[in-house]
Design a protein. Sequence first.
Length: 632
Amino acid sequence: MNRAFTLTMACVLAMTTAAQSKLDSVQHVREIIVVSKPAMREVVPSQKLKGELLEQLNTHSVADALRYFSGIQLKDYGGVGGIKTVNIRSMGTHHLGISYDGVQLGNAQNGQIDLGQFSLDNVEDITLYNGQKSAIFQPASDFGNAGAIYIRTKAPVFERNGEGGKWKEKTHLRMKVQYGSSDMLRLTGLWEQKLSQTVSSSVSAGFLTASGKYKFHYERKYPNGETAWDTTAVRQNGDIHAERLEANVFGRLDQGSWQLKAYVYNSARGIPGAIVNNVWRRGERQQDLNTFVQADYNKNIGDGFSTRWLAKYAYYNTHYVNKDTTQLPVDNRYKQQELYISTANVLELLPNWSASLAYDFKWNKLNADIYNFAYPTRISNLVSLATAIDYKHLKAQGSILATFIHDKTHRKGEFAGMNSSSSISKLTPALFVNVYPFRGTFFSMRAYVKKSFRMPTFNDLYYTDMGNANLVPESALQYDAGFALNKHFEHGIVRHAEMHFDAYYNTVHDKIVAYPKGQQFRWTMLNLGEVHIKGIDVEAEADFKIGKDLVATTRAQYTYQDARDVTDPTTSYYNHQIPYIPWHSGSAIVGLNYKNWNVNYSFIYAGERYDEQENIIYNHMEPWYTSDLSII
């Protein structure tokens, strides 16, 4: 069993234009902008980590924070410098939608979103929804995911002298320096500025460098139990150098708001290779330049109608090099573009009944300097219709999403005659129900059923000598049932207690897998896979007030997942647990707040699992856990 224990301390420099003073005798509640109506209330509760807790946990990126959610498996490819993706309830990375300030992050090339590139320095909260966000005022794309993660940027808040008085402060500046193992140095800064009565801005910047080197115990056994080799080695080619710059402008409207965002991320990193038969592969390098700009406008019109408009343009440039002498040399550049436009509209038909209509347009294009490359483009049109009811002890939401996708290739020169064009359309419904059997909202029971699919990526379809243009979409069907307890107490040591329990069953059909075909170990992509998934998610938290100044907060989550490959009964791995999915996993957080001091302990556990399809001792992976302690 691997063990890790880290003690992290951060040096924070904060400055404002006005000196901080003790609270006045008359307290002022900070300003809140309301842009939603009762028609948009959620049906199924979500998991959420807010900014205060994220800061106390001393996590650095969105990927680090997601470890504390139930039902999530984080795939970390190579430590501090590795690409980090997330998998929800064993259905795969591609079935999870990730939105940044309301706009989905996309990657039509391979469907992978590297969450390690998004810092938590200016994040207000992170929310996880299973199924989909159960509020109908959302873009059409959001209805198509098997699960969704929403990252919300912190909007600047400035103090003023009473309601309508002059602003006590107009500028916030925060700088942070962090140093850690593997020669990690992280510099971050946040500048918030009040521009006018209704407009403010924030600029967040970060720099990260690390060698990625660390010692590890390397042992391998033969199937009969004899030791093949046993040594201590140093991880190589896990270095990273990255710069990040993000700018936001926030504006208020009469019964509405708007936001502009620009984002740039530049990185150069090594990709630690696999160790195969004691042969170490470490020749892969990758450079990324990811940029996007986006806009968000939402407004309430009267008492019964709300509208929201989104727009985004993204450009991703990836340079991949593989100089490993055991493989064919590779030196390729990929240039990806995306244009996205969305409108969502909700109408309150009755005080407890609302309906929404949303439309999304998306254009994707991929270029590469590869011989006989397909140069694909994809045009997606999505239309959603949803309705929600909130009546006495019942909340219900139903939706249907129509998806129309058209792909076209643009091969050049001698291969121009191989161009192809294809179209596909899908209808995916969902139904969510939440029942409150007793007065108040301290206990509720919920259930949902949802159908979704994911399109093959450009790599799946068109990657030279490997892609398969005849692939069909990978489909998923989800069933979930659970309950929630939520209670506040005015007196006593326990001030708040909450618990969520969910049992679920998911099936994934036409799963896209890489399959060896032909001579010389050539691979191709085929719709061969079928997976049945059963699981349980449990989450609990409680707050305690001990004496006058001491407050304790606790949070724990546990996940059980049984994800079986039921593709082909004739294979040796039929009905085996799929790779990298532990049966048991969980986390716990304990925080102590005393006056201006915060002490936080966090624990993460992942149980035994297998790194290949066959569940044999040769592929077995031991459990691991980490313990982190921070003092702020």
